[in-house]
Design a binder for this molecule. Structure first.
Ligand SMILES: Cc1ncc(COP(=O)(O)O)c(C=O)c1O
Length: 388
């Protein structure tokens, strides 16, 4: 079968794909169908947090597939309860709702915030402030939450009740606050928006406003969460705990999962029948996520992410083509002086390295467990391309 041809013929062409058919992987190295090897600095967009086919993770997932692959949420099962307990104990949140993706986790957060406000204050307090240049997902509500005009086309009518404020602009934030606002939703580091971290003072102001006005702060940690920035949650860098935090991507190491975590104040807002999902909290995905969390809890694991991040940054700082390096931990954005990010991506690919782009930056999201050799080999390729 010609996989690329069949894909073109039978799958809706919503993605701009590289001309590579990936076939297998191990650690941070994968192989295509013509046996070319690639070092992975992208993790399937921040998702294969333990790399490809990590053996402990694969054993746990396969054991769960053989034991019980699905139950529906009309019954209980162990992986779901175990994961929720770990998530709450490790983060300080009180309860979790499971979905299957980042967008679903954010949908849950949006519904939760609106119901929290409805229950306490009645109708009309439904506006959610999000940030210009944010990205929150592809469902209609999360597209509406996304503060980028480019996503607000074709699919009219969009979901009402979102208002966009400029990131790090405290004045703009205050100007958009009124009695209809029930939540402020942010990414601590805008990922798809170009790996742009929020400023400390802006995050603190959001937290303060939310406390004063009983508005829920929602942190979309779909990309930044689960160790990606060297902390379990990126909010820790800002000394900030949102009322609601959403997770997905790296949580289950490459299996579909989304989680919406709520603190004590709003953990019981969504009661029976208020929300649901057939697959959410699926035993196999949860078993994978338990393994990811176990690994992140191991001594030295988070520190190793920061150490590797420092290595990457230090090596890249020698490259004159680079004008700026943004992000935290192993979520890295590289601004270029003369080259174009898509060209760098293509040249890296041709030289055996997978990287990503975000807006005009080259973006790196290597597996958190990447080995020293893979890291150095990958950096050799990237630096060669950037210096070429
Ligand atoms: C911050 C953020 N939120 C939400 C999403 C949507 O996640 P998903 O594609 O799993 O629905 C993404 C995906 O890139 C993201 O980066």
């Amino acid at each position: 079968m010609n996989i690329i041809e069949e894909t073109g013929q039978h799958i809706m062409s919503t993605y701009g794909r590289s001309n590579v058919v990936l076939d297998s992987g191990n650690g941070a190295t994968c192989e295509d169908t013509v046996k070319r090897k690639y070092i992975d600095f992208g993790s399937g967009i921040g998702t294969t947090s333990l790399g490809f086919s990590d053996s402990e993770w694969a054993d746990a997932v396969c054991a769960q597939v053989r034991k019980l692959q699905h139950t529906s949420n009309l019954f209980y099962h162990e992986p779901q309860a175990q994961l929720a307990k770990m998530l709450c104990e490790m983060t300080g949140y009180s309860k979790v709702f499971y979905g299957n993706s980042g967008a679903e986790a954010n949908e849950c957060a949006i519904k939760l915030a609106r119901k929290y406000s409805f229950d306490k204050y009645g109708k009309g307090r439904h506006t959610i402030i999000t940030l210009v240049n944010s990205f929150h997902g592809r469902t209609l509500a999360t597209l509406s939450a996304t503060g980028q005009d480019v996503f607000h086309d074709f699919f009219f009518p969009f979901v009402e009740g979102f208002r966009y404020v400029k990131a790090n602009d405290i004045e703009d934030l205050h100007a958009n606050l009124d009695e209809t606002v029930c939540a402020i939703m942010v990414e601590y580091i805008q990922g798809e928006g170009g790996v742009k971290p929020l400023e400390d003072a802006f995050v603190k102001e959001i937290r303060k406003i939310c406390d004063e006005k009983d508005i829920l702060m929602i942190a979309d940690e779909v990309q930044t969460g689960i160790g990606r920035t060297g902390k379990l949650l990126a909010g820790e860098h800002f000394g900030c705990m949102a009322d609601v935090t959403t997770l997905a991507k790296g949580l289950a190491g490459g299996l579909p999962i989304g989680a919406c975590l709520a603190n004590e104040k709003c953990a019981d807002v969504l009661g029976k029948g208020a929300h649901g999902s057939t697959f959410g909290g699926n035993p196999v995905a949860c078993a994978g996520a338990v393994k990811v969390l176990e690994r992140l809890a191991q001594d030295g694991m988070l520190e190793s992410i920061t150490r590797k991040s420092d290595q990457i940054r230090s090596r890249l700082s020698e490259i004159s083509e680079i004008s700026d390096i943004s992000g935290k931990g192993m979520m890295i954005g590289i601004a270029l002086k003369t080259k174009k990010a898509p060209d760098v991506l293509q040249q890296c690919l041709e030289n055996g390295l997978l990287v990503l782009t975000a807006k005009d930056r080259v973006r790196l999201l290597p597996p958190l467990t990447i080995s020293e050799t893979e890291l150095q080999d990958g950096l050799d390729i990237l630096c060669k391309v950037l210096e070429g």
